[in-house]
Ligand binder design. Structure first.
Ligand SMILES: C[S@@+](CC[C@H](N)C(=O)[O-])C[C@H]1O[C@@H](n2cnc3c(N)ncnc32)[C@H](O)[C@@H]1O
Length: 558
């Protein structure tokens, strides 16, 4: 299979399985192409896909070149115009001919696509595409930078790098990988820069931001697992959980690909560097393919001594009363969610825009193009990308509501299960969703549950949180908490909407903080309250019904 067929396969799998390009490339040893080349082509083609799908579609070549699928055309046209050496196939190869013979037409469409975006040269367009590389759906808005993705201005996102203290320290990295970097006092100084700048995060320990255009995946430290690409928001759950404080084992209930798992392990390791029989992280992952990724991530991060991976393990099937879990004092729960807060793609599936075959006919050669009576649309044709909009953007409000209902029932079921571990005194619950249905509402419903009432669970108040989380200004939505509590009225007495909202932590995508959209809340109880028997048959029944729908959510990205 050629490089192009393999890249096409990866892009399709990334879309359908919601798996990151990185894991698709590097967990499969059977690729014929060089993995680095394959990774570069797949990620670059995805990054350019909004522009190139428009180019391919408007050129009409898919109608005449039957050997070309939309995704093959995308990767080939990428190399035709954007790779230093052009298409990496012999000039006589069928696939090469299929695009090169239309080069003039494709080139004209690329120019038009560039001009429609107000870019004076290909370099300017390249900078623009690079600038939104973490923004996902470029130009899905109104073509003027408004709406999702926000074109040039909307979704600035630094590259967040967690220094993995299982393998190294910030001090070590400052004099090695980052020796040539200049430290900035503010995060915003990184914005739009392509210089080697670095900002040490003020909220999460061992977290560094660098300009988004700098690729550290080629460094030795990244390859050795000393540096991990992880959005700042995605570092909040393990940091908030503060597992060393409860000095017991930690369960990571929904662990793959494992960023939070290895973060938990690093925090434990820092608190007990000479550990022999110290606390462990028990990492559950239900999905088989993602379990493999988790195992690889744990190994690469040097977490094998601290982390016990429970591959293909449904968290809800763990028996909390089994003596194996008698020492579980904290749990991290980061379940599948709508993914509505995702802007980056370091950790998960990417957005790939594909051209439609039926969009337009190639114009006959030699004939002068008739001037259309209608003005051409200034922005890209939305039909070229609509299948790539975040699922909810195309959903009717009824459909979205149904999906969020299913997801939140699934999320609540897992959260209540976490509350059943007898020795647990801390839980962190997080999603990369911006919807209160998956966030504040789940927290409130959990607090109102029998598990919380009988088990003595309450929110981890802001004043009790680790320093960086106390300092973080964006908190939960009080109106959402009040509205949810209002539904339960008397049953809700004793729960203060203000206190819950203050305990909740939100991150807003596209904001100056440079994070994805995210939500995290901690739960605590002051004493170990053992549970006697299982008095929660109702929940079990209701939750089981939701199980079939749980996969409507995103399976990774944070
Ligand atoms: C949002 S991702 C977790 C990301 C991960 N915490 C990280 O930071 O890398 C959710 C994961 O939960 C897994 N999952 C969903 N339901 C599960 C269950 N009942 N038990 C265990 N894992 C589950 C999914 O397969 C998916 O890999």
């Amino acid at each position: 299979m050629s490089l192009y067929h393999e890249a096409a396969k990866i892009l399709i799998e990334s879309r359908t399985k919601k798996t990151s390009v990185k894991s698709l490339v590097y967990t499969n040893k059977s690729w014929k192409s060089d993995q680095k080349t394959l990774f570069a082509l797949s990620t670059e083609a995805a990054k350019w896909s909004a522009v190139l799908s428009e180019v391919v579609e408007r050129s009409g070549i898919l109608k005449v070149e039957r050997a070309l699928t939309p995704v093959l055309a995308l990767v080939l046209v990428h190399d035709l115009f954007l790779a230093k050496r052009g298409v990496a196939l012999p000039a006589s190869h069928g696939l090469c001919v299929a695009v090169t013979k239309h080069k003039a037409r494709l080139s004209a469409e690329l120019t038009k696509a560039r001009l429609r975006r107000g870019c004076a040269s290909l370099e300017v367009l390249t900078a623009r595409v690079d600038g939104v590389r973490d923004g996902g759906v470029e130009m899905v808005g109104d073509g003027n930078g408004n709406g999702e993705g926000g074109g040039l201005s909307g979704s600035w996102h630094p590259r967040w790098v967690r220094v993995n203290t299982l393998r190294t320290t910030v001090d070590e990295q400052m004099v090695s990988t980052f020796a040539a970097y200049i430290r900035t006092s503010t995060l915003l100084e990184l914005r739009g820069s392509s210089k080697k700048l670095l900002h040490l995060d003020e909220h999460v320990p061992n977290l560094i931001a660098i300009p988004s255009g700098i690729d550290i995946t080629t460094t030795q430290a990244y390859r050795n697992g000393q540096l991990i690409l992880q959005d700042k928001a995605s570092c909040f759950p393990a940091y908030l959980l503060d597992p060393a404080a409860t000095s017991g084992d930690v369960v990571d209930a929904c662990a793959a690909p494992g960023n939070k798992t290895t973060h938990l392990a690093a925090i434990l390791h820092e608190s007990q560097p000479d550990r022999k029989e110290g606390s462990r992280v028990i990492a559950c992952e239900k999905n088989d393919v993602r379990s493999l990724t988790l195992e690889k991530m744990v190994k690469l991060a040097g977490g094998n001594d601290v982390i016990k991976v429970m591959a293909k393990q449904d968290f809800t099937k763990l028996n909390p009363d089994n003596k194996k879990y008698a020492n579980v004092t904290s749990l991290l729960l980061d379940p599948s969610c709508s993914g509505s807060g995702i802007v980056g793609r370091d950790e998960g599936a990417i957005t790939v825009h594909l051209p439609s075959i039926t969009a337009s006919e190639p114009e006959p050669r030699g004939k002068k193009r008739k001037r259309s009576a209608k003005p051409q649309p200034a922005a890209i044709d939305i039909t070229a990308v609509e299948e790539e909009l975040p699922q909810e953007a195309e959903e009717s409000s009824d459909k979205l509501k149904a999906r969020l209902d299913n997801l939140s029932a699934f999320q609540l079921r897992l959260l209540l299960h976490a509350m059943r571990f007898p020795a647990a005194t801390r839980i962190s619950y997080s999603t990369c969703s911006i919807h209160p249905e998956e966030n504040e509402n789940v927290a409130i419903e959990a607090l109102l549950s029998d598990e919380a009432r009988q088990g003595g669970w309450r929110v981890l108040r802001r004043s009790e949180q680790v320093d960086g989380m106390q300092k973080w200004k964006k908190r939960g939505w009080k109106a959402a908490c009040s509205a949810k509590l209002e539904v339960f009225r008397e049953a809700a007495c004793g729960i203060d909407a203000e206190e819950v909202a203050e305990a909740c932590i939100r991150c807003e995508k596209g904001s100056e903080e440079g994070t994805m959209g995210f939500f995290v809340v901690g739960f605590a109880r002051d004493v170990e309250i053992g549970r006697e028997g299982n008095a929660h048959g109702d929940h079990e029944t209701r939750d089981r019904e939701a199980e079939d729908d749980e996969w409507s959510g995103f399976g990774d990205e944070t």
